[in-house]
Design a protein around this ligand. Structure first.
Ligand SMILES: *[C@@H]1O[C@H](CO)[C@@H](O)[C@H](O)[C@H]1NC(C)=O
Ligand SMILES: *[C@@H]1O[C@H](CO)[C@@H](O)[C@H](O)[C@H]1NC(C)=O
Ligand SMILES: CC(=O)N[C@H]1CO[C@H](CO)[C@@H](O)[C@@H]1O
Length: 329
């Protein structure tokens, strides 16, 4: 090996270490939710909306002061989306879609899915597509007394449009979380955390339809997913990579959208990571809701940041997302 080769090797190794992406993670909320979910960055007010499902709360978090202002509703609240007018919020209340005025706290029921099931089928995830049409994933609760589980294969994917109501678009899910779209609007991604799969559908934005369901990731059979990893919330970055939170394992992973390979991972100091979303003034921060439930009082000191919203920042200029869609109402 001559001197020039040696220099080349040294400079290559330097280049590699510089190229490594660094992530910084910190809790940015004083309050601890029992089951934080449904984060939504509000690019107009510069706040993060989220819910506490078990506490029936909708919360508005100032990530600078780390103060949350919450309003308690009367039933399970799994998602929150600001209306285009900025004053009202679209919130789920078990199987009802409601409008909540944040100033007056007035609640107006807009519609109810599967009313014949009296709330046994209820909303879990909801996201507006680019046209503002709401996509709503439901789960069906077990009716066995004392059994808090949901029934396999009984979750559905619905759309809801003002004036048109609900349309069932596909069925046979277990417990879906996280819905996102490719930038070209040709694919819809949705995962099933109980079935431990992420699916990809062909998507038609004009018609509001999905077709050709394919498994993108089956965590049961992949070596890059551990036994604890259950894909939960899902979002997409500016380069088209998916980011999924793995509830059970305390991490978010970056996924190549064609192969489903995990290409990067960022550990979160709370095992119960629920949903990631991009936000911040430049859309280059990621906020992740987490849960505090399932930890008995004796274990809680070991998980001091669980239940708080966590924030990831990075030196990678591609670590950024787009402003979220708003419902068209
Ligand atoms: C958030 O908190 C910071 C620091 O206390 C304050 O300057 C800012 O005005 C707050 N933002 C909102 C939207 O309330
Ligand atoms: C389903 O997939 C087939 C084969 O790739 C394709 O020809 C067809 O257009 C797809 N259907 C829809 C509705 O996208
Ligand atoms: C939509 C879909 O494929 N759902 C699957 C969810 O997981 C259950 C249990 O593994 C399957 O039976 C469903 O087909």
């Amino acid at each position: 090996m001559n001197f020039h080769t040696l220099c080349l090797i040294i400079s290559l190794s330097v280049t590699y270490s510089v190229a490594k992406v660094h992530y910084k993670v910190a809790a940015v909320e004083k309050m601890q939710s029992d089951l934080g979910e449904g984060p939504h960055w509000d690019e107009k007010q510069h706040v993060l909306w989220h819910t506490d499902i078990n506490e029936f709360k909708v919360c508005r978090l100032n990530v600078t002061s780390q103060d949350s202002e919450c309003h308690k509703l009367t039933d399970i609240a799994t998602f929150v989306h600001p209306y285009p007018n900025g004053e009202d919020l679209l919130v789920s209340q078990r199987n009802k879609l409601v409008k909540l005025n944040w100033k007056t706290k007035k609640v107006t029921v807009l519609d109810e899915v599967a009313p014949e099931l009296k709330g046994q089928e209820r909303f879990n995830e909801g996201q507006p597509d680019k046209s503002g049409r709401m996509w709503l994933a439901t789960v069906t609760d077990s009716l066995t007394p004392g059994d808090h589980s949901v029934l396999p294969g009984k979750g559905n994917l619905w759309t809801w449009e003002s004036g048109k109501g609900f349309t069932k678009r596909t069925d046979n899910f277990y417990l879906t979380n996280g819905i996102t779209w490719s930038h070209d609007q040709k694919k819809l991604f949705i995962n099933d955390s109980r079935a431990r799969k992420i699916y990809v559908f062909d998507f038609d934005l004009d018609k509001g339809t999905v077709a050709n369901k394919t498994i993108l990731i089956d965590a049961e059979t992949r070596t890059d997913w551990t036994v604890n990893d259950r894909p939960d919330g899902l979002t997409i970055d500016i380069t088209g990579h998916l980011w999924a939170s793995c509830i059970g394992n305390g991490r978010v992973v970056k996924i190549e959208p064609n192969s489903g390979d995990i290409v990067d991972t960022c550990a979160i100091p709370c095992p119960l990571t629920t949903t990631p979303v991009f936000g911040g003034p430049n859309m280059d921060q990621m906020f992740i809701t987490t849960a505090y439930k399932n930890f008995g009082p004796d274990q809680r000191p070991a998980h001091p940041t669980c239940g708080k919203v966590h924030r990831i920042t990075s030196d990678d200029k591609n670590f950024a997302g787009s402003v979220a869609n708003r419902p068209n109402l």
